[in-house]
Design a protein around this ligand. Structure first.
Ligand code: TTP
Ligand code: MG
Ligand code: MG
Length: 474
């Protein structure tokens, strides 16, 4: 492990909610909940003001409404968030070639590789500057963690939240980790956490006390060794420029086709276990279980099932794989079998898009496709396009956003990112003066030479500060 805190982890604060607050002055300082608003919708995120009431990500929306009845409830605008994410990632790439994005709002950066930092002082300075630049370019806050390893940088940014920076001085790692929950360690999902708790291990100190042999006994060789090393703050994982693991899978080709259905079932169970070992070894969990079957005639098919939440539990993966196998005809023999888990770790696009499209978050489907973009609002019939939180333009009253709709009416609040909180007006849903609009930039586009937003090295020039430039016809 390096001996300077030159791995940076950035994570934007309450990302979707903060973006909404920045774009809608009337919501600043207020409880805001973003997510699926349908009957089976779940919370994508909540502003820190809403978290006070206990609202958090992945909570059923109905429960959020009970906890925070007066919060603003908005549907997500992914294209808008992605544009902001692109601005943030561009700032990170100006620091180093080694940027590893984990989700829209989060990434690791190897500052040493980019020559941006080499010791504690230079690392802290770079982190402070980055936060200022992100604020200037996007108008939003993010939290920064700095440490000598990925694991600790991520723990540091978590501790820095919201709107802060924490640097873990090399040498202090063990003392810092000790009292934390085992769940803090990468690779400890809900299942492993429960398993350890039943063995009386809840803190990282208790992992160290239990010793490596005990860990291996409890969790198996690979996982036990790996976790013990993490507990001692030994984490050598490098920052990799592209996130190479979108899924983890294992497969076997058989010399002789397998005909026996029972044997096929056993092989699938074995592959499921192996896949989970790989998954845990990489410190990941995932939501979509994939089964691949190549038959005697080389016809290959895949079946997938998406769970309600990410798992790293072998029993869950085994059961899902067995269910998927039930739907495959293997008479004639099987040449190859594979089991994979995808939709890893960070609540990736799939479930977000599913929420946006109003699809069921739960269900089994073959080859679930991930749409690249949500459909532009203009392509859906007018009465469906007035989604809470989305932008509109009125012929004479100007730019606003949908506060709510129903019974043939739509309520619009007229305000823009740089205006005072605006007033509300109600229209008929088919009012010809009203049309869907693109989001406005959160930071006004400045003439070049003015202000501190643009970096000297061209990380993000003023022309890149606009968002939502894609045209939506009216
Ligand atoms: P996070 O970074 O996990 O959360 P956050 O940015 O909202 O809040 P924090 O300050 O704690 O970092 O996730 C980033 C975005 O990803 C979040 O704004 C919304 C989306 N998301 C979901 O849609 N579902 C989820 O379950 C989670 C955790 C996040
Ligand atoms: Mg975040
Ligand atoms: Mg995040």
């Amino acid at each position: 492990m390096r001996n300077a805190p030159t791995i940076l982890h950035l994570d934007m604060d309450a990302f979707f909610a903060q973006a909404e607050q920045a774009s809608k002055p009337s919501l600043r300082g207020k409880a805001v909940v973003v997510g699926g608003l349908g009957p089976r919708g779940v919370v994508a995120t909540a502003s820190y003001e809403a978290r006070v009431f206990g609202v958090h990500s992945a909570m059923p929306m109905a429960q959020a409404r009970r906890l925070a009845p007066n919060a603003a409830y908005l549907t997500p605008r992914f294209t808008f968030y992605r544009a902001i994410s692109d601005q943030v990632m561009a700032l990170l790439r100006a620091l180093s070639p080694l940027v590893e994005p984990l989700s829209l709002d989060e990434a690791f950066v190897d500052l040493e590789a980019g020559g941006a930092a080499w010791d504690s002082d230079s690392a802290r300075l770079t982190g402070v500057r980055l936060r200022t630049d992100i604020r200037a370019v996007t108008g939003l806050t993010g939290s920064v963690g700095l440490a000598a390893s990925k694991m600790l940088a991520k723990i540091a940014s978590e501790q820095a939240k919201p709107n802060g920076l924490v640097l873990i001085e090399p040498g202090t790692e063990r003392a810092l980790l000790g009292p934390l929950s085992v769940r803090t360690l990468p690779g400890v999902g809900p299942a492993t956490g429960d398993h350890l708790r039943r063995a009386g291990i809840t803190t990282i100190d208790e992992i160290v006390e239990a010793g490596e042999d005990e860990l291996v006994r409890l969790l198996g060789k690979a996982h036990g060794h790996g976790l013990y090393a993490m507990a001692l703050a030994r984490d050598e994982r490098p920052v990799v420029a592209e996130r190479e693991t979108k899924s983890v899978s294992v497969e076997d080709t058989y010399d002789v086709d397998i005909h026996d259905r029972l044997r096929v079932g056993l092989e699938v169970q074995r592959l499921a276990d192996r896949c989970v070992r790989r998954l845990r070894g990489a410190g990941l969990s995932g939501r979509t279980i994939v089964l691949k079957v190549r038959r005697y005639d080389f016809s290959t098919l895949t079946r997938s099932e998406t769970l309600r939440g990410p798992t790293d539990d072998p029993a869950v993966v085994r059961e899902a794989a067995a269910r998927l196998l039930d739907s495959v005809d293997t008479t004639g023999g099987v040449r190859l079998l594979g089991v994979g888990v995808s939709g890893l770790a960070d609540y990736t696009q799939e479930d977000l898009f599913a929420q946006a499209a109003g699809e069921h978050p739960l269900g089994s489907e073959e080859e679930a496709a991930v749409p690249e973009e949500t459909r532009p609002a203009a392509s859906v019939p007018a009465e469906h396009s007035w989604r809470p939180g989305h932008d509109v333009r009125h012929a004479s009253l100007g730019h606003g956003w949908v506060q709510g709709s129903g019974l043939g009416r739509v309520t619009v609040r007229f305000e823009t990112p740089d205006s005072e909180p605006g007033r509300v007006r109600t229209f008929r849903v088919d009012d010809p003066d009203l049309e869907p609009a693109d989001p406005l930039p959160l930071v006004p586009v400045r003439p070049s030479g003015e202000g501190g937003a643009a970096r000297a090295d061209g990380g993000a020039g003023p022309e890149q500060t606009g968002v939502g430039s894609g045209a939506v016809g009216g």
